[in-house]
Write a protein that binds this ligand. Structure first.
Ligand code: F6P
Length: 533
């Protein structure tokens, strides 16, 4: 099937797809899920290409894999774990069995504990030594940071709880900058770490503990832990009543829906958090029941596979025309690249095709004044993924929102249409002539024929944010199955961690750099000369 797809692309790659984009295509090459619309009409995928992609999908066994995931089978084979982040939002969906045990009573019990704690913090029943909690500091990294940090920002219009801060980097500048803004007596510190061993998080947690200990008598009382490792949270001195646990079948980058979302719940309140879960649950139900052609995560995955593995476009720009989604690209970098950035398939053989794409992006319209130059006129094709809401939250500035929407739609149109040499000549014909006109015109040509998809929704509410994130999670799942990848492990992060541990005493000057490669030894020498040790 891959061969057929490559052959088909070779046949159609030079045609201008703009000619195909009429109203019928807009209807046929779009998908509706709940309130959301995915438009992939502005791509070079035609009926034949789509049929081949759908055959590829069918042949990958994705239906059985999807059923296995929702049923709690250990599809994360290299770690021998089930993959059940969907259970965290299965609010009224019945039992979910892992090893014959229904996990839902535990999930709902933890959710209820989180809700009660969040309400206590928000309503001043849980206090710090100095009274009502004014600031929450979430210390975590990767999946224990990016999800809640992205979602707290995205749902800022619903934020009516204490201020939320996020510390992730081991760079002391990160934690120092946050703690300077907080009063220890009214700060709640959340240590978010699935394993409770991550060096960045544990280092920052100890720094926060020392900071609080300078003025707060019972520091432990203002600490909360979110983790699967109850023994380690106890060793750290956090009372079990303030530990919110979860199981190993929740992957770090899929963990926002449970305890790792506590900071979000405190920010927006338990009710809005439930709406967020319901949005995700609605996307789960859509993913489970819609035919592949009508299935938004599946079609989004197939469009991505067409662009990355078939056309060879190695990166994908995520461009939210929704400033509230400013952290979405960073969040998706972990979700997509940590999940599908693998070189071997499930059975250990080298991947037959490329792994998942490089994902990057920034909100529009900011990006337009930065890197869009390359997207429009650079020699590489960068498929773009636009996200746009019909309405923002600033009702009195709706005309400004309309300008934002116009910009979003204009970009996908410009990428597709481009500007011909004749059109470019006409633009500058009054200023130049002869060879200079030709030269100037060529700089103003846009080749066009550049693909994009647009995800449109009414407004970025908690429900819609839940739908968007679940959409991307399932897209990653489908892409992983088609490529034969285990999307749920992350062995590629290990080597750097091991080498950093070994290098620490060298950097500190307690051990020589002997045995290190010449470049690393020289860099250590330079940094030591300038004060690192
Ligand atoms: O190093 C990668 C990683 O394991 C991610 O997968 C994870 O989200 C992050 O580190 C943080 O892990 P933890 O929540 O265990 O601190």
């Amino acid at each position: 099937m891959w061969n057929d797809l490559h052959k088909h692309f070779a046949k159609v790659k030079d045609r201008r797809f703009e000619a195909m984009v009429d109203a019928d295509r807009a209807a046929a090459f779009s998908v509706q899920a709940g309130d959301m619309r995915l438009d992939y009409a502005k791509t070079n995928i035609d009926e034949t290409g789509r049929e081949l992609l759908l055959q590829l999908l069918d042949g990958s066994g994705v239906a059985a894999k999807r059923a296995a995931m929702f049923a709690g089978a250990p599809i994360n084979e290299t770690e021998g774990r089930a993959v059940l982040h969907t259970a965290l939002r299965n609010l009224d969906g019945g039992p979910v069995l892992v090893d014959g045990q229904d996990v839902m009573p535990g999930v709902l019990d933890t959710l209820a504990r989180m809700e009660s704690f969040a309400a206590d913090v928000r309503e001043g029943r849980f206090t710090g030594q100095g009274g009502k909690i004014t600031d929450v500091v979430n210390i975590g990294i990767g999946g224990s940071d990016l999800g809640p940090a992205m979602a707290v920002k995205a749902l800022a219009p619903y934020h009516d709880g204490p201020r939320c801060h996020f510390v992730s980097n081991v760079d002391p500048a990160d934690i120092a900058g946050v703690l300077r803004q907080c009063d220890p007596a009214t700060t709640l510190v959340i240590v978010a770490s699935k394993t409770f061993t991550t060096i960045e998080t544990m280092t920052n947690a100890r720094t926060a503990q020392a900071w609080m200990g300078q003025s707060v008598t019972d520091t432990g009382a203002q600490f909360v832990a979110l983790s699967t490792a109850a023994d380690k949270t106890a060793d750290f001195g956090i009372d079990p009543s303030r530990v919110f646990g979860f199981a190993d079948w929740v992957g770090g980058r899929y963990s926002l829906w449970g305890p790792i979302g506590l900071s979000l719940m405190i920010a927006i309140g338990p009710q809005a958090f439930r709406a967020f879960l319901r949005g995700a649950q609605a996307m789960d139900m859509h993913f489970k029941s819609a035919s592949w052609l009508e299935n938004m995560p599946a079609m989004l995955a197939l469009v991505g596979i067409w662009h990355n593995q078939v056309c060879g476009y190695t990166t994908r720009a995520v461009l939210p025309y929704d400033n509230l989604l400013v952290r979405l690209p960073a969040y998706l970098q972990q979700l997509e690249m940590e999940s599908n950035g693998k070189g071997v398939s499930m059975d250990g053989a080298d991947l037959a095709e490329q792994s998942g794409p490089v994902v990057w992006g920034e909100p529009g319209t900011n990006g337009q004044h930065a890197f869009y130059q390359l997207i429009h006129q650079g020699t590489r094709v960068v498929p773009c993924e636009f996200l746009v809401a019909a309405r923002g939250h600033e009702d009195d500035l709706h005309h400004q929102h309309q300008l934002l929407v116009a910009n979003c739609l204009a970009q996908s149109e410009a990428l597709m249409r481009g500007r011909t040499l004749d059109e470019a000549r006409a633009k500058v014909a009054d200023k130049f002539e002869g060879a200079e006109l030709e030269r100037q015109a060529r700089h103003r040509v846009f080749k066009g024929n550049r693909p994009s998809v647009t995800i449109a929704y009414p407004q970025l509410t908690p429900e819609v944010l839940g739908q968007i994130i679940a959409l991307y999670e399932h897209r990653v799942f489908v892409e992983g199955v088609v490529l034969g990848i285990n999307s749920f492990d992350q062995w590629g992060v290990e080597l750097g961690k091991e080498l950093a541990t070994a290098l620490q005493p060298v950097v500190e000057g307690k051990k020589s750099a002997e045995g290190k490669d010449g470049s690393t030894a020289a860099l250590v020498g330079f940094l030591q000369k300038h004060g690192v040790s």
